[in-house]
Write a protein that binds this ligand. Structure first.
Ligand code: GSH
Length: 223
């Protein structure tokens, strides 16, 4: 049985969990706080980051959300998430990188630092200026997502793909941390409401991170 080392608000672990849910792969969760830099965890992953997946019976350790997702995409036929033409697959990968790098760096990382890490690790209050800037950037990213969804059925093209999963994973963490103003983003809102109802998403929405509570609308499919 696979074990997934993660914590509830890690967007990269959420991306992996959504893919595993859609593909029907079973796993156990192992709670890991990467900022604690536990020796046993650093032995597994010298980079000290979550997610990490381990199948002790097979002697396989997988590190990095994209490497993990590509491993299951290559080994499990059910529900292909990087499919279509070579150009279509390149577009899916471009958008996954966009959300994992740009959306994460502009929005999710500052929100996680201010609202979660500073409280848990440093016992400090969040900086309002940093939070406002992250929300402003989230709004710009959502304008781009609105544009994509005005021109395509799904973010990456005509079918649901890993681009949608990566985007939903990051957006869900930003929403949990109060960083998303949904006003004026109807295309993204409709797309995300559909995601929230998927069986793969429900377990994520019911989990809570100690100390940090989400806004009331967070786990409601209709906002
Ligand atoms: N490229 C990596 C990024 C993973 C990552 O940055 N994970 C964060 C948690 S969301 C982490 O472990 N940060 C280290 C820390 O918080 O100390 C991936 O896709 O898995």
């Amino acid at each position: 049985m696979w074990q997934l080392y993660q914590f509830p608000l890690c967007p990269f672990s959420r991306k992996v969990r959504l893919l595993l849910g859609e593909k029907g792969v079973g796993y156990d969760l192992v709670r890991e706080s990467p900022w604690a830099m536990r020796d046993e965890f650093l032995d597994l992953n010298p980079a000290g980051t979550t997610p990490v997946m381990v199948d002790a019976d097979k002697g396989v350790t997988l590190i990095d959300s994209q490497a993990i997702c590509e491993y299951f995409e290559e080994t499990i036929d059910r529900f292909p998430l990087i499919s279509g033409t070579a150009a279509g697959r390149a577009e899916v990968r471009r958008l996954v990188a966009w959300f994992d790098q740009n959306f994460y760096g502009d929005v999710v990382a500052p929100l996680l630092h201010e609202r979660m890490k500073k409280r848990i690790v440093h016992r400090l209050s969040p900086d309002g200026g940093v939070l406002r800037e992250a929300m402003k950037r989230a709004n710009t990213h959502m304008d781009y997502m609105d544009y994509l969804l005005d021109h395509r059925s799904w973010l990456g093209g005509g079918t649901m793909s890993l681009a949608d999963i990566a985007a939903a994973a990051h957006l869900s963490v930003a929403d949990y941390l109060g960083g998303i103003d949904w006003t004026g983003h109807d295309p993204v809102k409709r797309w995300y409401a559909g995601f929230k109802s998927r069986p793969s998403f429900r377990p994520l929405l019911s989990e809570r991170m100690e100390i940090v509570a989400p806004p009331a609308h967070y786990d409601k499919p209709d906002f």
